[in-house]
Design a protein around this ligand. Structure first.
Ligand SMILES: Nc1nc2c(ncn2[C@@H]2O[C@H](COP(=O)(O)OP(=O)(O)OP(=O)(O)O)[C@@H](O)[C@H]2O)c(=O)[nH]1
Ligand SMILES: [Mg+2]
Length: 677
C-alpha cells in the first residue's frame, strides 16, 4: 500500500461518516422502543427485524475495522469527554426551558395569570429535575480524584506514580484513560484482593459462590438473574450496603438482596444501583478476600452485561466459568484478554461438571487448555467443578487447593495486582502521549493555530456562495416568463426584413418564431451557466487557499458545469396563419402588425408553455449543478477540517505544550529508573 496521508484521511473521513450514519440508524431503531415522550418514528419495525438489522450493522462495522489494516489505516481515538458532552446537553435543555417561561410566551399573545402560573409550575418541576442530574454529574467520583490521590501519596510509592499519572492524564486531556485511573484510585484506598466470577448467563456463577459461602446468599435461577455486580466480604453483621447513583446509601437485609441485584426485581438497573456490598460472617472470607458475582454475558440483558464489562478492570483474579458442553466462546476469550490487559490473572472453571462423565471432564479440560494456549498464548489452569450432588466435592477441591491458599496470601497478591494495574495504566499513558506527539509531528510543519483558524474562516466564506448563486440563477430563469411578446416581435421583424415571397410569409414566420425562441432561451441559459461557472471558480479558489493555508499540496478539482439543457423549439405548436399573403403594399409596419396579430392568436399559448417548461429545466439543472458543487466542497471541507484539528493537540493545548508532553513522556517511560534512584 502506498497511500499518502491525505488519501488515508480521506478514507477515514468516509468510513467515520458511515459509522455515524449507522449510529443514527441505530438511534432510530432504539428510539422506537425507548418510550420517548415525543416519538419521531412510527413503530413499524418488528423486534425481530430490529435485531437482524442490529446484527447486520455490527457485521458491517466489524468488516470495516477488520479491513482497515489492509489499507494501512487506524481509527482515531475518541477525543471528546462524554461527561462534558452530557453537561452541554443538559445546559442546552435548561436554556430551552428558560426560553419558554411565561414572560417569553407573552410575545405570542396575552396570557392569563392562571395559565402563566401553570406554565411556571411545569417548567420549574422540569428545571428541578435537570438540576438534579447536573449536580449528580458534578459530584461524580471523578471530581475528587486529585484530593484523594494527594492524601494517598504520603503512604505508598505506587500512589506517587498514580499521582503523576493523574496529573499527566489531566494536563494533556487523555480523557479516554480517566475511567481506568478512577478504578485504581479506588483500589489503592482499599487494598483487598478481589476475585470475580465471569461467564455466560446461567453458567452457574452465583451458585458457585453460594457453595463457597456455604449459604444461599446470591440469587440463583434458570433465566438471566444477576443484574448488578455484587461484592461479598467478611462482616461482623450480615447486611447488604447499596450505593445508589444519586449518592444515597441504603442498608438491606441479606434476604432482600434480590430486590436490587436481580434482573427480575431491578430490570435494566432502573433503581440506579452503583454498587452492592454484601457483608457476611463466613469465616472463609475472614482473611480479607472480596468475592464478586457478576451479571452474565451474552444475553439480551445488555445493561447488565455492560456493568460486568465496566467492573472487569477492577478485579485481581478473574474466574471464567464455562458451562460443561458449551465450550470456550469468543466472549470468554475476550474476557480473559481484558483481564490480562488490566493487569489481572485468570482461571477457568468448567461448571456443572456433574453433567459430564469422568472421561468427558478430562477431554473438556484438555480441549480448553489447548484452545487457550493457541488463542491467548498463556497457560491458564482449568478445573472442573460442580455444586450438586456428590460432584460438589469437585468445587470443594478447588476451594481448598486454589482459592483458600490465595486467600491466605491475599495481601501480597493484592499489592502485586495493584502494581501491575498501575503499570498497565502507565503503559497506556505512555502509548497515548507517543501517539499524540507523532500526530503533532506529522502536521507540525504545515499547520499551526493561525492556519487552523484561517481554514475555518475560508471555509465559512464558501458556505454562503451556493445559496447566492442559486437565487441568482432562479432570478435569471424568470426572464423566460413573459418573453412571448419579445419573441414574436423579433420574429416579425425578421420576416419583414427578409420579405420572403417564395416560401410564403406563413412558414417564414413559423421558422422565425423558432429561431427567436431558441435565441432567447439560449441567452438566458448562457447567463445561468456563466453564474455557475463563476460559483465554481470562487469555490475552487477558496478551497485552494484553504489547502495552502494548511500546507496541503494537492490538486483540487470540482465537477465541471455541464449539461445545459438545449432549447427545444419542437414543442412550439401552431398552425400558422392561413396562407393568405401579407399586405406588403401597405408597408413594413402594417405587415409587422398583421403578422403579430395572427401569430399571437395561434402561437402565444404554446410559446408560453415552452418557455415555462424550459424555465423549469434550467432551474432544476442549476440546482443539480450547485448541489454537486456543494457536496464536493463539503467533502473537501470535511477533509480539511479533519486535518486541521490535529494542528492543536487534543485537550485544547497549543503546540507550546509539546515540550511539557515530551517531558512527561520521558518521566513515565523511565519510571522504574526514576524510582530506584
Ligand atoms: N447441574 C448443575 N446445575 C447447576 C450447577 N450450578 C448451577 N446450576 C444451575 O444453573 C442455573 C443457573 O445458575 P446461576 O447460579 O443462577 O447462574 P449464573 O451464572 O449466576 O446466572 P446469571 O446470574 O443469570 O448470569 C440454575 O438453575 C442452577 O441450579 C451445577 O454445578 N450443576
Ligand atoms: Mg448469577
Amino acid at each position: 500500500m502506498t497511500l499518502n496521508t491525505n488519501h488515508k484521511r480521506r478514507l477515514l473521513v468516509t468510513l467515520g461518516h458511515i459509522d455515524e450514519l449507522l449510529d443514527e440508524a441505530e438511534h432510530m431503531l432504539a428510539s422506537v422502543r425507548s418510550g420517548r415522550a415525543f416519538p419521531r418514528f412510527v413503530a413499524d419495525v418488528t423486534p425481530l427485524q430490529a435485531r437482524v438489522l442490529a446484527d447486520y450493522f455490527a457485521r458491517l462495522r466489524e468488516t470495516m475495522l477488520a479491513r482497515l489494516p489492509e489499507l494501512g489505516l487506524e481509527p482515531n481515538p475518541p477525543a471528546i469527554s462524554t461527561l462534558r458532552a452530557l453537561k452541554v446537553q443538559l445546559i442546552a435543555a435548561g436554556v430551552a426551558l428558560e426560553d419558554s417561561r411565561a414572560a417569553a410566551m407573552r410575545g405570542y399573545g396575552a396570557i392569563s395569570t392562571e395559565d402563566a402560573a401553570a406554565i411556571e409550575r411545569v417548567l420549574s418541576e422540569l428545571h428541578g429535575q435537570l438540576e438534579r442530574i447536573e449536580t449528580f454529574l458534578a459530584e461524580s467520583p471523578d471530581q475528587s480524584l486529585r484530593s484523594r490521590l494527594e492524601r494517598l501519596t504520603a503512604t505508598s510509592d505506587e500512589a506517587r506514580l498514580l499521582s503523576e499519572l493523574e496529573r499527566v492524564i489531566a494536563t494533556h486531556g487523555l480523557v479516554e484513560l480517566r475511567p481506568a485511573l478512577a478504578i485504581l484510585v479506588d483500589r489503592i484506598a482499599e487494598k483487598r484482593f478481589e476475585v470475580a466470577v465471569f461467564g455466560r448467563v446461567s453458567s452457574g456463577k452465583s451458585s458457585l459462590l453460594n457453595s463457597f459461602l456455604r449459604r444461599a446468599i446470591l440469587p440463583v435461577g434458570v433465566t438471566p438473574i444477576t443484574s448488578v455486580p455484587t461484592r461479598v466480604t467478611f462482616g461482623a453483621r450480615d447486611r447488604v450496603v447499596v450505593e445508589l447513583a444519586e449518592g444515597k446509601t441504603q442498608v438491606l437485609r441479606v434476604e432482600d438482596l434480590a430486590s436490587v441485584a436481580t434482573e427480575q426485581q431491578n430490570p435494566n438497573n432502573y433503581k440506579h444501583v452503583m454498587r452492592i456490598l454484601v457483608e457476611v460472617g463466613e469465616p472463609r472470607l475472614e482473611s480479607g478476600i472480596v468475592l464478586v458475582d457478576t451479571p452474565g454475558l451474552g444475553s439480551l440483558a445488555a445493561a447488565a452485561a455492560e456493568q460486568t464489562l465496566a467492573y472487569l478492570p477492577r478485579c485481581d483474579l478473574g474466574i471464567v466459568l464455562v458451562e460443561a458442553g458449551s465450550g470456550l466462546g469468543p466472549q470468554d476469550l475476550a474476557v480473559i484478554r481484558s483481564l490480562y490487559h488490566a493487569g489481572a490473572t485468570a482461571q477457568i472453571l468448567v461448571s456443572k461438571s456433574d453433567l459430564l462423565t469422568v472421561e468427558q471432564r478430562q477431554q473438556v479440560k484438555e480441549y480448553i487448555e489447548r484452545t487457550l494456549a493457541t488463542e491467548c498464548d498463556v497457560d491458564i489452569p482449568v478445573h472442573c467443578v460442580s455444586v450438586v450432588g456428590t460432584s460438589a466435592s469437585l468445587a470443594e477441591e478447588w476451594y481448598n487447593e486454589t482459592l483458600l491458599p490465595l486467600c491466605r496470601h491475599h495481601e501480597s497478591l493484592a499489592a502485586a495486582a495493584l502494581r501491575r494495574k498501575i503499570g498497565a495504566l502507565r503503559e497506556s499513558v505512555v502509548a497515548s502521549l507517543r501517539r499524540r506527539l507523532e500526530n503533532a509531528e506529522v502536521n507540525a510543519s504545515a499547520l499551526d493555530r493561525t492556519s487552523a483558524s484561517t481554514v475555518d474562516r475560508i471555509l465559512a466564506q464558501t458556505a454562503s456562495l451556493p445559496a447566492a448563486a442559486r437565487a441568482s440563477c432562479e432570478e435569471t430563469a424568470l426572464k423566460l416568463s413573459g418573453a412571448v411578446e419579445s419573441i414574436l416581435g423579433q420574429a416579425a421583424d425578421r420576416v419583414v426584413e427578409e420579405r420572403p415571397h417564395k416560401v410564403g410569409a406563413a412558414s417564414a414566420m413559423q421558422e422565425a418564431i423558432r429561431r427567436a425562441f431558441e435565441h432567447h432561451v439560449g441567452t438566458v441559459g448562457a447567463e445561468i451557466a456563466g453564474t455557475l461557472e463563476t460559483l465554481r471558480a470562487a469555490l475552487l479558489d477558496k478551497l485552494r487557499t484553504a489547502c495552502s493555508a494548511v500546507g496541503i499540496d494537492r490538486e483540487i478539482e470540482l465537477p465541471r458545469v455541464a449539461g445545459l439543457p438545449p432549447a427545444d423549439s419542437s414543442v412550439i405548436d401552431g398552425s400558422i396563419l392561413h396562407n393568405e399573403p401579407p399586405p406588403w403594399l401597405l408597408g413594413g409596419h402594417a405587415v409587422r402588425r398583421w403578422l403579430l396579430a395572427r401569430a399571437r392568436k395561434d402561437f402565444s399559448a404554446s410559446i408560453e408553455e415552452a418557455l415555462e417548461l424550459h424555465r423549469c429545466l434550467l432551474v432544476t439543472w442549476s440546482r443539480r449543478v450547485i448541489a454537486e458543487l456543494s457536496d464536493t466542497v463539503e467533502a473537501e471541507a470535511g477533509l480539511l477540517r479533519a486535518v486541521t484539528p490535529l494542528a492543536t493537540p487534543r485537550g485544547g493545548e497549543g503546540p507550546s505544550d509539546r515540550p511539557a508532553m515530551e517531558r512527561d513522556l520521558a518521566l513515565l517511560a523511565n519510571w522504574p529508573k526514576n524510582t530506584s534512584t
